[in-house]
Design a protein around this ligand. Structure first.
Ligand SMILES: [Zn+2]
Ligand SMILES: [Zn+2]
Length: 286
């Protein structure tokens, strides 16, 4: 097949159309741009790099859209996986001319291996450290590499577990709240599937970490994602429609959120002391 827009050989396919390298890059960055434009994103963006294909694709696309970026990496201290991830983040920063900023979980006295539910602790500490890093570095936004497949999978997983309180993060943009030291969160890959992100990394020769996190091997969400992708094959566009539905549902739920500022660290918390401070053992005797 040739590219839909020129006579070059197609190297990627999306929704039945073939794309050459140049036109696929335009298509991909155009989808990222549409999120940036819709929410009028201006100014410094902290980009959370994990070393995985999505965060590298995100960073690369934002760089070529000439956004003002501070890439950072959270070292979770997971043997073999973390060093490989860090290397991938270092490589792309070097190639694009940035200095990678690093945060070490060990500096906060937290070790994921010591926890019974490492994935849940990991999610909490990453969210916390991302926000804190962005806030301390004068960024109005933190951008993460969640793509369309992740968003739909996450929402279905929560629905399947009757977990309505966690039914958040389904939108491409969550406004910040200065009074709680909370920066805005953006998901510029909102309109792009797993497969499209994979195509973008391979077309642009981005070296992402192939290793999977050892804690996530049996994650139930992996099964849901497989199922979501199988449905998408049958009904192209289904993921996008679902994501848009979840987005609207979440908007309707908004006023229920009651936030405080953590009495120890000053960052947003549902209770008096935030989950991060509890995990880091700072709440003892408070
Ligand atoms: Zn073309
Ligand atoms: Zn705290």
């Amino acid at each position: 097949m040739t590219c839909h827009y020129c006579n070059e050989e197609a190297v990627a396919y999306s929704y039945g159309k073939g794309y050459c390298r140049e036109h696929f890059n335009m298509y991909f960055r155009g989808k990222v741009r549409s999120v940036i434009d819709k929410f009028q994103i201006k100014g410094k963006i902290a980009v959370a790099l994990s070393g995985g294909k999505d965060s590298l694709a995100l960073f690369h696309a934002l760089h070529f859209l000439k956004m003002d970026l501070i890439p950072f990496y959270i070292n979770l201290g997971i043997p073999s996986y973390s060093p490989a991830s860090e290397k991938a983040c270092e490589k792309i920063c070097h190639d694009l001319g940035y200095t990678l900023q690093k945060i070490d979980l060990a500096d906060y006295g937290i070790s994921l291996e010591e926890h019974e539910k490492p994935c849940s602790v990991c999610g909490t500490v990453k969210r916390y450290l991302m926000n804190r890093f962005a806030h301390e570095n004068g960024c109005k936004y933190v951008a993460t590499g969640h793509n369309l497949s992740d968003i739909v999978t996450f929402a279905l997983h929560n629905l399947a577990n009757a977990n309505i309180m966690n039914f958040r993060g389904n939108r491409p943009f969550l406004p910040g709240r200065e009074e709680y030291n909370m920066v805005a969160k953006i998901k510029p890959l909102f309109y792009l599937t797993d497969k499209e992100c994979m195509n973008y990394t391979s077309i642009n020769n981005l070296e992402y970490v192939k290793e999977k996190c050892p804690f996530s091997r049996e994650a139930p969400t992996l099964k849901i994602k497989k199922w979501v992708h199988a449905m998408e094959e049958e009904m192209p566009g289904m993921m996008l429609n679902m994501a848009k539905s979840f987005w609207r549902l979440e908007e309707k739920m908004d006023d229920e959120i009651k936030l405080n500022r953590c009495s120890i660290c000053g960052y947003p918390s549902y209770g008096r002391i935030c989950k991060f401070c509890r995990i880091a053992g700072r709440s003892k005797g408070k």
